[in-house]
Design a protein around this ligand. Sequence first.
Ligand SMILES: *Cc1c(COP(=O)(O)O)cnc(C)c1O
Length: 386
Amino acid sequence: MRIETKAIHVGEEPDFRAGSYGDVTSPIHLSSTFATLDIDRPTGGYDYSRSGNPTRNALEQKLAAIENADHGLAFSSGLAAESTVCLSLVKPGENIVAFNDLYGGTRRLFDQILAGDFSIGIRYVDARDPENIKKVIDSKTKLVYLESPTNPLLKMADIKSISDIAHERDIPVAVDNTFASPYFQNPLDLDADIVIHSTTKYINGHSDSIGGAVMVNRDDLYSRFKFEQNAIGAILSPFDSFLVMRGIRTLGVRMRQHAENAMKIAEFLETRNEVKKVIYPGLTSHPQHDLAGKQMKGFGGMLSFELEAKAEKIEKFLKTLKVFSLAESLGGVESLIEIPARMTHKGVPSSERKSLGISDSLIRMSAGIENVQDLIEDLENAFLTL
Ligand SMILES: *Cc1c(COP(=O)(O)O)cnc(C)c1O
């Protein structure tokens, strides 16, 4: 089955057993506990909803299917998923080798909790060159942690090459695949070991649920994460599981439209004098356009651009937009725009922002699936204020 079909059917096959109704969508099982007639023999395989719940289980099957994975786990947030993976694999005194361009919340988790409170070493490298990973790996490295494309500069890591390097030393590779979505990139097929998602973004796609996911093929990693997730308690609620499943059914059509709109907007922005630079993996001007073409099936819905204007003008530009909302987050059907230096990345010290390439005039856009002409006209109107 292809991804569009799996996104609709897996985990939600109609149940024709006696006492069932043949629902074509999963019911929401809100029960926190499940009664049994026999001790040690749970009625339907479930005993307590933190340890397992039928609605969450249906979602977890769907999550695994869309990443071509054997196993999926649904978490209460993307960060809950990340915390569980890292705490399962890395102990005090050991280290994680990570891309230096990561989601801000991941940086906070790594720097302040893992490094700060748990004495776990974090070695940041520019993972655009796989050799940089090779240089810092040592016998205490227990995890290689990547994001590709990154936020907000859409830098890419060569997942296959880096996985080959890490596997020579038996180190698992985790990829935060939130930006690409499973529709456009499947890290396990590129030999990574662990896929992490903030389902809050494209997977749910409707900006109405916070959640996370982990997908793996390896049985040992699955058992470890499942145990740790239950022990920590980082699970997704039945109602949110239902919402995320509902979102996944349209992943294919949404992603195609996100990418088509992003490409048209990127091309439009490249024609404007007010724009210094457009960053979108689908443009041939992107320095890693070839790698994107190799490891992704499409270029996604995120783009960034730099405006040639003073701070007040940029603020005016953003406030003039009517169809775009000025907001953090991404991946929903509605178009969002933000200024990383003052919003999503204000926690990153300004010297580090500069060295990464996040300037004060950089704008990040999550292209929604509205009619693209309305989006372009909205931008044209805002350009009049510059
Ligand atoms: C949003 C996001 C996260 C964190 O997910 P939450 O669901 O907000 O906890 C992690 N990684 C990336 C790339 C994100 O965009």
